[in-house]
Design a protein around this ligand. Sequence first.
Ligand SMILES: Nc1ncnc2c1ncn2[C@@H]1O[C@H](COP(=O)(O)OP(=O)(O)OP(=O)(O)O)[C@@H](O)[C@H]1O
Ligand SMILES: [Mg+2]
Length: 311
Amino acid sequence: MTLLTSIIDVRRRIAAHIVGRDRELDLLLAAVAAGRDLLIEGPPGTSKSTLLGAITADWGIPLLFVEGNADLTPARIVGHHNPSRVLREDYSEDNFIPGPLVEAMRTGGFLYVEEFNRAPEDTLNTLLTAMAERRITIPRVGTVSALPSFRVVASMNPYDNVGTTRLSTSVHDRLCRLAIGYQDAEAERGIVALRTESDSLRLIADAVAITRATREHEDITQGSSVRGAIDLTLVAWQLASLREVTVPDVTDIEPPRDLPDNYRQVMLDAVYVALSGRIHVDDTADATPETILHRIWEDHFLLRPAAAAPG
Ligand SMILES: Nc1ncnc2c1ncn2[C@@H]1O[C@H](COP(=O)(O)OP(=O)(O)OP(=O)(O)O)[C@@H](O)[C@H]1O
Ligand SMILES: [Mg+2]
């Protein structure tokens, strides 16, 4: 009963700093409170780190990040002996430099392994053993037991299949899984307003709509997350002041009608800066990021408003 009331309090405190994501927060909290390790599967920029950071901060425990790639050997996550000290003093517990896995176990933190599916097989096995046994034996150091709040949280991008290991069924069988997608436009406008501290609803609405359109375009394999909308809002705001362009008020969020030319031009240039490096153009499409972004911009500011015009 105390556990139940306290988990409700945790959720209430965390929810105050996060836009939407009520369901994901509930599921994530339920899984970690149940003592489970889990895999979060979703594209970049979909609140994964934000949610985990909020939970660990509230619990007062560390959140340790490691990125899964070919260099993430078992020795890198477990730790190693300082080589020059070993020469002088021989191996000892004292000259062992703990890696993030041992650090997380000793401090009762969350070990967050991003792009889990890019880590080598033997590293995955080391993690699975630590998860299953909650302790690890290190040669010449001894056994490290995990504090009760130790968790392994893995993440992966479902669209990622470059340089990845296909996770075996035995890995999947040991983890809970939370699938997470993009939020709706209203939530994304809320996130951009929170992160940019901008009060220009016009700018935020246009930045979010254009960024979201990159996820739907047929020639783009992966569009931009809300991070692109945050940067687009900030860059456009500065560019508008440099060019002494007034950002119009919102009259109508969708579609944006009769906006001055100089504002639309500011948005086009800011779109190139904020989004061109964030989108992945399909190899078979005969287009550059700029030509595709130009089309998206045109569609947002010129074509769609014209199609929706009365009469
Ligand atoms: N629900 C949300 N509420 C408030 N801010 C959010 C929310 N979702 C995302 N953000 C903001 O958007 C940005 C990206 O979010 P975050 O870092 O959590 O994504 P991620 O899923 O961890 O991405 P990646 O897979 O690339 O690591 C951050 O600046 C974060 O503050
Ligand atoms: Mg992250």
